[in-house]
Design a protein around this ligand. Structure first.
Ligand SMILES: *Cc1c(COP(=O)(O)O)cnc(C)c1O
Ligand SMILES: [Zn+2]
Length: 410
C-alpha cells in the first residue's frame, strides 16, 4: 500500500486527489505528490530497506504506487569512488553515480517504472510521451514488457542511437519536425483529446517521484549520509528537484542526519535557461532556443526550472554551463580516467564539475557526487573522432612495421 496522500500545487498549495493530472486549475503550476510520512515512518527503516531487492524497488514504500507493476531491474546502480578523475580535477572525495547501467541505459528507467506502474493502476491501455531520446526508449521498453500500447514523440533530428534504441521495442514512433519544446507543446494539446497516460504530462507528478530514488541510493551507498556536494544535469529541472527531495525525505524519516548538501545544477551553454537565471540573480527562467550537442537535456522552456533554481540557491549550491567542446573533452576524460562512457549529458556534468572546482565553489575535501544519467553508446556521433585505429595486415612483420615505435622494450 502506498503512503501517497494527495497532489499539492507547488505554488498556491491547493490539494487535489491522486488522479492523472499535473497542473493546478487555479495557477497552472505543477502538482507534487504528498505523503503521510508519519505512517510511512512506521514501516520504513534502514534495515528494511537494506534487506530489500537490489533495485529501486527497495524504496517501494516511499513511492506513490501501491505495487511495482513493471520491473525491468532498474536502479541501485553503482556509486563509484572516482580517484583518478578526482586527482585530475582536484578532488579527494569524488564519487560517480553511474546511471548508464539501467535497463535502457539512462536514469529515465526510474521515472518510467513508477509512471507506467501508475498508468496501469489508473487503467490506461495506452501510454505516450514527449521525449529528448532517453525517455522514448524507456517508455517503449516498459510498454513492451507490460503489453501497453505506446506512442512516443521525439524531435526529428534525434541521434541515430536514440532512434534505434527506441524503435527496437516497436512503439509507434513519431518524429516531429521541431524542437523538444515543440514536441512537448504538441503532446500537451493531445492530453485532452486522447485517453492516454502521457508519462511526463498527465502522469508527471508520479513520474517525478521516480527520480527521488537517485537521492535515496546515494545516501544509502555512502553509509546513510548525504553528500557535501551534488552535481547533476538539468533539462526540465525535475530530476534536480527530486534528488533534493529524496535526501530530505530520508532526513525527515530519521534515516540520515540533517542534509547540508550544496546542490549544483549543470546545463549545456547552448541551452542554459536555468543557469542564465541563476547568474542573473533572477527568479524567472526565460526560455531559450536550444543549440547544443547535449540533446537529451536541450529543453529551452524548462517546466520545473524555477523550482530547480530555488534549490540551487537555497542549498548554497550553484549553476554552471559548459560549451560543446568542453562537453566532448569531459566525455573523453571520464572514459579515460574512470572507464565510464557517458553520453553528452554526462559530459555536461563533468565539464561543469571541473569548472566548479576551478572556481573554488567545490573544495578539494568535500564529498562530491556527480550524477551520470545516460550512456555514451547512444550519442556516439559526439565523439566519433576518437576512432583512428592503426590498420595492419594480419602478419607479425606488418605489426612491427606499423607499431614498433609504441611497443616498449622492442
Ligand atoms: C531526461 C534527462 C535528464 C534530466 O531530466 P529533467 O527533465 O531535468 O528531469 C538528464 N540526463 C539525461 C541523460 C536525460 O535523459
Ligand atoms: Zn496552484
Amino acid at each position: 500500500m502506498s503512503y501517497a496522500k494527495s497532489l499539492r500545487c507547488s505554488k498556491c498549495g491547493r490539494e487535489y486527489p491522486l488522479e492523472p493530472i499535473n497542473l493546478c486549475d487555479f495557477c497552472f503550476s505543477p502538482l507534487e505528490v504528498t505523503y503521510d510520512y508519519r505512517s510511512m515512518s512506521e514501516v520504513v527503516s534502514r534495515e528494511a530497506i537494506s534487506s530489500g531487492p537490489v533495485t529501486m524497488w527497495r524504496y517501494l514504500n516511499l513511492l506513490p504506487i501501491n505495487d511495482k507493476v513493471v520491473d525491468l531491474g532498474t536502479g541501485f546502480t553503482p556509486l563509484i569512488k572516482a580517484e583518478n578523475l578526482g586527482k585530475e580535477i582536484g578532488l579527494d572525495n569524488l564519487y560517480i553515480k553511474n546511471d548508464c547501467l539501467n535497463p535502457t541505459y539512462s536514469f529515465k528507467d526510474r521515472v518510467v517504472s513508477v509512471a507506467i506502474s501508475k498508468a496501469m493502476e489508473f487503467g490506461f491501455d495506452t501510454v505516450a510521451c514527449a521525449s529528448t531520446g532517453n525517455l522514448s526508449a524507456s517508455v517503449a521498453a516498459h510498454a513492451a514488457k507490460t503489453g501497453l500500447k505506446a506512442y512516443v514523440f521525439v524531435p526529428a533530428n534525434l541521434e541515430q542511437g536514440k532512434m534505434v534504441s527506441t524503435a527496437i521495442y516497436n512503439p509507434t514512433l513519431i518524429a516531429v519536425d521541431g524542437t523538444y519544446d515543440d514536441v512537448s507543446r504538441l503532446c500537451t494539446q493531445m492530453v485532452g483529446r486522447f485517453k492516454w497516460g502521457f508519462i511526463n504530462i498527465n502522469l508527471r507528478p508520479y513520474y517525478a517521484e521516480g527520480s527521488k530514488t537517485l537521492g535515496y541510493e546515494v545516501a544509502e551507498q555512502l553509509g546513510w549520509r548525504a553528500p557535501d556536494c551534488a552535481v547533476a544535469p538539468a533539462a526540465s529541472g525535475l530530476l534536480f528537484t527530486r534528488i533534493w527531495k529524496g535526501l530530505n525525505e530520508l532526513a525527515m524519516l530519521g534515516l540520515i542526519g540533517p542534509v547540508n548538501t550544496h546542490m549544483y545544477l549543470t546545463q549545456a551553454a547552448g541551452c542554459s535557461p536555468i543557469v542564465n537565471a541563476f547568474n542573473a540573480g533572477s527568479l524567472h527562467v526565460h526560455p531559450v532556443k536550444p543549440n547544443t550537442i547535449a540533446r537529451s537535456i536541450a529543453i529551452g522552456n524548462p517546466s520545473d526550472g524555477q523550482y530547480a533554481l530555488r534549490i540551487a540557491r537555497e542549498s548554497g549550491g550553484g549553476a554552471c554551463a559548459a560549451f560543446d567542446e568542453e562537453i566532448i573533452e569531459a566525455m573523453k576524460l571520464l572514459s579515460q580516467t574512470e572507464g565510464i562512457f557517458a553520453e553528452t549529458a554526462g559530459g555536461v556534468v563533468i565539464a561543469g564539475l571541473k569548472r566548479l572546482v576551478d572556481s573554488g565553489a567545490i573544495k578539494r575535501d568535500e564529498l562530491t557526487v556527480a550524477f551520470i544519467t545516460g550512456s555514451g553508446l547512444k550519442t556516439q556521433e559526439a565523439v566519433a573522432e576518437v576512432v583512428s585505429p592503426i590498420t595492419i595486415q594480419p602478419t607479425l612483420s606488418s605489426f612491427i612495421e606499423n607499431c614498433a615505435d609504441s611497443v616498449e622494450g622492442y
